[in-house]
Design a protein around this ligand. Structure first.
Ligand SMILES: NC(=O)c1ccc[n+]([C@@H]2O[C@H](COP(=O)([O-])OP(=O)(O)OC[C@H]3O[C@@H](n4cnc5c(N)ncnc54)[C@H](OP(=O)(O)O)[C@@H]3O)[C@@H](O)[C@H]2O)c1
Length: 281
């Protein structure tokens, strides 16, 4: 299916006919849409989508979503979810004429509410930073909503992201830090699990067992911590007997300044997010 075909399918320019218009239908947008439909927050008939490639359009079509051209999409929803790659927003923004009163919600890293508002001439913009666990309904979304945002727009955004996990409301000035922890943090944990798996192989365990044990540790910690009854520091202390095996391992990690290294890594991610934002001014 080509863009021109999608255009032919589209309705005229009926403003805000849908509850949600989705601009860019990649992994994240598709996870959010699936989440909204499966929780019953939205029906597929409430959602209109612009997707660039045939493959993405086919995915949207399979979910029963209306597919339209870019500008019709920008004018079609009560809410507009911006979910394209951040580096293409400068190029696309001048082509978008957003209907007055549209609730613009962006998941694009690096673009501030002010920058997006200025490019789209939108009154208010909500910024969200979910993580890849949205694909399994276990995301945490850092959500920044300004005080002057209408209550209906605010509630819609909270429910949208609650469809794929937990929502943490915070000031936009904290969004880069949250990005460094909960979005990029997925990769730090994956790297740790990969390293644990390699260590297991090094210690002589077969590959499949190394993989299973490492992943099971992650599940165990996540499950224990998510009960709310166990604090992770207390959990660590409880498995660290003086002069025991765990203490021997932690001494090596301490000597390698493991905690400080994580802080430096997160700082680098936060700095990079700020740098990306500055490049858009
Ligand atoms: N995935 C995450 O965990 C996550 C977390 C937080 C924030 N985000 C943000 O969410 C947004 C989407 O990320 P994603 O993971 O869903 O990425 P993705 O799967 O790669 O999807 C990116 C979307 O942007 C479109 N796109 C790519 N090149 C384009 C161009 N030149 N012009 C217009 N559109 C273009 C893609 O279209 P086609 O594929 O059809 O070409 C696709 O719809 C990004 O801004 C990212 O920063 C993602």
């Amino acid at each position: 299916m080509s863009n021109s075909h999608a255009h032919k399918q589209s309705p005229s320019n009926d403003a805000t006919q849908y509850k949600l218009a989705v601009l860019g239908f990649g992994k994240l947008a598709s996870a959010i849409v699936r989440g909204c439909i499966s929780t019953g927050f939205l029906k597929s008939s409430d959602i209109v989508v612009w997707a660039r490639s045939d493959a993405r359009m086919a995915q949207a079509h399979a979910l029963g979503l209306k597919i339209v051209d870019m500008n019709t999409c920008a004018r079609s929803g009560g809410a507009l979810l911006l979910s394209i790659k951040p580096q293409y927003f400068s190029e696309l923004a001048p082509q978008l004429s957003v209907a007055p009163g549209t609730n613009v919600i962006s998941v694009m890293a690096g673009w501030t509410c002010e920058q997006i508002g200025a490019r789209l001439k939108a009154n208010h913009v909500i910024r969200a930073m979910p993580n890849v666990a949205a694909e399994v309904g276990a995301a945490v979304t850092a959500l920044s909503i300004s005080k002057d945002c209408p209550i209906g727009a605010r509630e819609f955004a909270v429910k949208l992201f609650a469809s794929v996990g937990r929502v943490e409301l915070l000031h936009e000035s904290h969004l880069d830090a949250a990005t460094a922890i909960s979005s990029s943090g997925i990769a730090y944990l994956c790297l740790f699990i990969e390293a644990l798996e390699r260590a297991a192989i090094q210690l002589g365990l077969p590959k499949d067992i190394a993989k299973n044990l490492s992943l099971d540790v992650l599940h165990g910690v996540a499950k224990s911590a998510s009960t709310g009854k166990v604090d992770v520091s207390a959990l660590r202390a409880s498995v660290t007997s003086p002069n025991g095996t765990t203490a021997a391992a932690l001494a090596v990690l301490d000597a390698g300044e493991f905690s400080q290294l994580i802080t430096r890594a997160a700082q680098a991610a936060k700095d990079r997010a700020a740098q990306l934002g500055q490049a858009n001014t």
